[in-house]
Design a protein around this ligand. Structure first.
Ligand SMILES: *Cc1c(COP(=O)(O)O)cnc(C)c1O
Length: 365
């Protein structure tokens, strides 16, 4: 069966060369006569993988020396609780930007640990935009952003200096565009959207900020434990880290983050142009805040929606059904998705428009 055009929101498409190397290593890793799935995480070979992966993260995102790069587990969802567990205490306040489904989940967890002030929300318009005006209490322990709203299809392009520590959930756009790590005190991301397979969570944090964390934290929830044990306090997600390393090597070959960013811009432009041109579809996010990673759009009616989903499936296009709170379509354009797949989708939309209007004309006659 030919490979599908995978627009899934996560776990996401990975480059086929990475899949092939990973598959080979499951059978026999580096000619060692062992599978990557059965090597000791304390072996020098695997320690080397952790080190290399950390260095690749540092190199690709220009992470300054006074930041730590950590590999955790539990997904970004565990970070929703781990962040306030470390940095928010009873009687203290943290500020959150409510920009969608995942931001709300982060807010819900933070409320277990202290006061949460939602400084701005775009709920009034079904999260179709990023609020850019808000007042921030300087006494806040931190402000929490979601850089890319995976479900609603909006992305933050401006993290203006705020005067309080900045924490950001970058699960769905990390490594897709250049960022200045200096703008943030702590970044977290579930790996399965642009970094590798599910199972590992990346954290990049300023050391001085980590040193200010609360003291009485369970070990597995304490960032400093991971920092001081090279992310190997317990058994790390060996395979997930290994495949992330392969994927980051691939990314480096693509010209790094700035190289892939150019291609991501091109892919998003192509699809948004078709959405704006094609009378059967329309975009849901405000143009200024349109995500380059998750393109959300609706059909003009239910007939077109159902018809196009089926038509697209026949062309080998998968993963474009929108999340239930938004409906319609969501095409995720993560790093490994080739421009050619976007061309297939865009052509399918144009062809469907033609078939649909011919059919409507016939029905009217
Ligand atoms: C997918 C996603 C999450 C949830 O990640 P898990 O690793 O499944 O816990 C959180 N935040 C954002 C922005 C996401 O896209």
């Amino acid at each position: 069966m030919p490979k599908k055009h995978n627009f899934g929101a996560g776990p996401c498409i990975l480059p086929s060369s990475v899949m092939e190397q990973a598959a080979q290593s499951v059978i026999n890793w580096g000619g060692m006569g062992l599978s990557i799935l059965e090597v000791s995480h304390r072996s020098p070979e695997f320690e080397d993988v952790v080190l290399k992966t950390q260095l690749l993260v540092r190199e690709l995102l220009s992470v300054p020396d006074h930041y730590s790069v950590l590999f955790l587990q539990g997904g970004a969802s565990t970070q929703f609780a781990m962040v306030p567990m470390n940095f928010l205490s009873a009687g203290k306040k943290a500020s959150y930007l409510d920009t969608g489904y995942f931001a709300q989940k982060a807010i819900k967890e933070a409320r277990l640990f202290g006061e949460v002030e939602v400084v701005a929300s775009s709920k009034d318009k079904n999260y179709a935009y990023i609020p850019d005006q808000f007042n921030l209490d300087k006494a806040s322990a931190y402000i929490h952003y979601t850089s890319n709203n995976t479900i609603e299809g909006t992305e933050v392009f401006d993290f203006s200096a705020t005067g309080v520590p900045v924490i950001c959930d970058m699960s769905s756009d990390i490594f897709s565009r250049k960022i200045d790590v200096n703008d943030f005190d702590l970044i977290y991301a579930g790996a399965q959207k642009n970094m590798g397979p599910a199972g590992m969570t990346l954290v990049i944090a300023k050391n001085e900020f980590l040193n200010r964390a609360k003291k009485e934290i369970p070990s597995m929830m304490d960032y400093r434990i991971f920092r001081d044990n090279m992310s190997m306090y317990n058994t790390p997600p060996v395979f997930s880290i290994y495949v992330a390393m392969l994927n980051l090597l691939w990314l480096k070959d693509q010209g790094g983050v700035s190289g892939i960013e150019q291609r991501n811009i091109e892919k998003a432009k192509l699809l948004y142009a078709e959405i704006d041109r094609n009378p059967l579809f329309y975009g849901t996010a405000d143009v200024a805040h349109r995500s380059r990673m998750n393109v959300t759009y609706l059909a003009v009616n239910k007939d077109v929606e159902a018809g196009f989903l089926k038509f697209a499936a026949d062309q080998g296009i998968v993963g474009i059904r929108g999340y239930r709170t938004v409906g319609g379509f969501r095409a995720s354009l993560y790093n490994a998705l080739p421009l050619s797949s976007v061309e297939v989708l865009v052509n399918a939309m144009a062809t469907f428009e033609k078939i649909y209007s011919d059919k409507t004309v016939l029905e009217l006659e």
